[in-house]
Design a binder for this molecule. Sequence first.
Ligand SMILES: [Cu+2]
Length: 242
Amino acid sequence: MRRSRSRRVARLVVATLGAAAVVALFASPVAAQSINRSAIDDLNEQLLYVALPLVLFVELTLVYALYRFRDNDDPQPTTKDPALEITWTAATGVILLFVGLSAFFVLANPYITPTAAGQSDTGLSEDAVEIEVVAYQWGWEFRYQGEGVTSKSQLVLPRSRDVAFSFTTRDVIHSFYVPELGLKQDIIPGQTTEARTRATETGEYTLYCAELCGVGHTRMHGTVRVVSPTEYEEWLEGRRGE
Ligand SMILES: [Cu+2]
């Protein structure tokens, strides 16, 4: 009796691990488009690998119990088992601690929270591009600091270079949101908020306003073009002539 039960538990564990491996095969990561995005994707992946075996273990245990006791006419109450209770409480504690710490380290990353280190220029490289973003009902204005260039709706960023944004609004609350670059920052009247990124892939992405800001909210989007460093210099040059 005891042996067959332990064999069943072993089979359950093998099935759980096998199913987790199959799901992991399908969760092939795509190259991230920025440092921010890669930090967020890595966290998601880490948490997925912790959550998957747990979900499978719980679900398979449930299915097993339903099947095993399907016609049990004489159900017995669960007996006290302090060792088991301590084990699962401690295991839950360890998992929560892992989730909390993993999320904390991502939040403490200066690309995710520029002010996390107390000083917003911490870790920013010398050649960082500084862009003042002005949000308004309903559009965007990008002012390239020290370049004398201003652009509307289209944000052009050089690949492989730090970019520091500072945000202000002329009217109500807006939110700067570029999901593909892992960027999201609220823009609040009377305040200057910040964000930072370093794009790693060239491409064209969409910028959205992620804060309902009036009737034109749905039209408040723009494009973000990540280009090679030379293409970026050419673009700046072209804009200066205008
Ligand atoms: Cu808006």
